[in-house]
Design a protein around this ligand. Structure first.
Ligand code: KG4
Ligand code: ZN
Length: 340
């Protein structure tokens, strides 16, 4: 008898995106993401509003993913969901849905660490069979709104954090500076667009000094704040007149800092396969800088839609866990501070 293919439903709800995806034998069939505009008016994610929006979105998003994948829900082999890290109320919506779905369909339940998902996003195969997967071991610079880490990845499940931020994440630095410049939330992509029109060498900001392969971004945020305050005293219109140059200079500083530690990590480990993951990997300057390095290294940059939060990365992680028969049970509860 022919064995039925492994089909995983992935659910992601750790922050402010509600997403569902279907992966069949490692190949993507659907990846639906519902963003939440409700936070824009507040300049940041409001946790209570995020959970309510997840509750409204989760069923339509899952239905759409199943429809787009062209499968029936009876064909799903297991449901994988983000169990942390993230906002507790948001995680509860996705995990409760996943548990109920698994119970109702009598299929296994698979818990996934969100950061693990960002890293394994590199292993998603496209519908047409195309893929661009790093060989093990590789170094993954995981840069998002909540995390900045250099991870040594030796296997699908064997990973070690060899450097990380001691305070703010890189995405947080982008978002906080954007807020100072009155750019809409989330600021990272907006700042990136403006930066492409500005002079990255116009203003200089100091680099943090942190031991090991670690990062720090809180000092940069403070130095930009004092710099702006000082300049605005002299010229109240300073931000408007120099917006693109400020964005370009801040972006250059953040990317410089990211690259310095990454290069150190490459030298220390001797690993030349380099990958990036997480929302900030969508940043144009970071992508450019990594591309310029690819003559000596193998650089892997995921497709844009797999960089920011999405359920395809949760489903692919679920797929590899399914192969290992790594299942969880109904007693599982979300872990807002889960580590890789
Ligand atoms: O991975 P992600 O979608 O969510 C978290 O898990 O945090 O990352 C979101 C972060 C936000 O801080 C956002 O501003 C940043 O990624 N981001 C960017 C860009 N696109 C998204 N930062 C800089 N440049 C971008 N193009
Ligand atoms: Zn993320």
């Amino acid at each position: 008898m022919q064995q039925s293919p492994i089909i995983i439903l992935g659910i992601e709800s750790s922050c402010d995106d509600t997403s569902a995806a279907i992966i069949k034998e490692g190949k993507i069939l659907a990846n639906i993401v519902a963003n939440q505009d409700v936070h824009e008016a507040y300049g940041g994610v409001v946790p209570e509003l995020a959970s309510r929006a997840h509750q409204q979105n989760i069923i339509p998003v899952v239905n759409e993913a199943i429809k787009k994948a062209g499968i029936s829900k009876e064909q799903i082999s297991a449901v994988a969901f983000t169990n942390g890290p993230g906002l507790l109320g948001s995680l509860l919506v996705g995990s409760s849905f996943a548990k109920a779905f698994a119970l109702g369909m009598n299929i296994p339940l698979i818990e996934v660490n969100h950061m693990h998902g960002h890293i394994l996003a590199h292993f998603i195969e496209e519908k047409d069979g195309s893929k661009n997967q790093p060989n093990f071991p590789f170094l993954c610079l995981t840069v998002s709104g909540g995390h900045t880490q250099i991870v040594k990845v030796s296997d699908y499940f064997k990973m070690e954090v060899i450097g990380e931020t001691i305070d703010d994440a890189a995405g947080e630095a982008f978002d906080k500076v954007s807020k100072m410049l009155s750019l809409p939330y989330p600021g990272g992509p907006v700042l990136d667009k403006k930066a492409q029109l500005g002079d990255p060498n116009k203003f200089k900001f100091t680099h943090p000094k942190v031991p090991g392969l670690n990062y720090s971004f809180s000092g940069l945020k403070t130095s930009v704040l004092y710099f702006l305050k000082k300049e605005i005293k002299i010229n109240p219109n300073f931000i408007n007149e120099n917006l693109n140059d400020i964005c370009a200079s801040v972006q250059k500083t953040i990317v410089d800092v990211l690259m310095i530690e990454l290069k150190k990590a490459i030298t220390e480990t001797g690993i030349k396969n380099i990958a990036i993951a997480g929302g900030v990997s969508a940043n144009s300057e970071l992508r450019k800088r990594l591309a310029s390095f690819s003559s000596n290294h193998n650089v892997f940059v995921p497709k844009f839609e797999y960089c920011t939060d999405n359920a395809a990365m949760i489903a692919i992680t679920g797929y590899y866990k399914f192969i290992e028969q790594e299942f969880t049970d109904q007693r599982i509860t979300p872990n807002a501070r889960m580590k890789v």
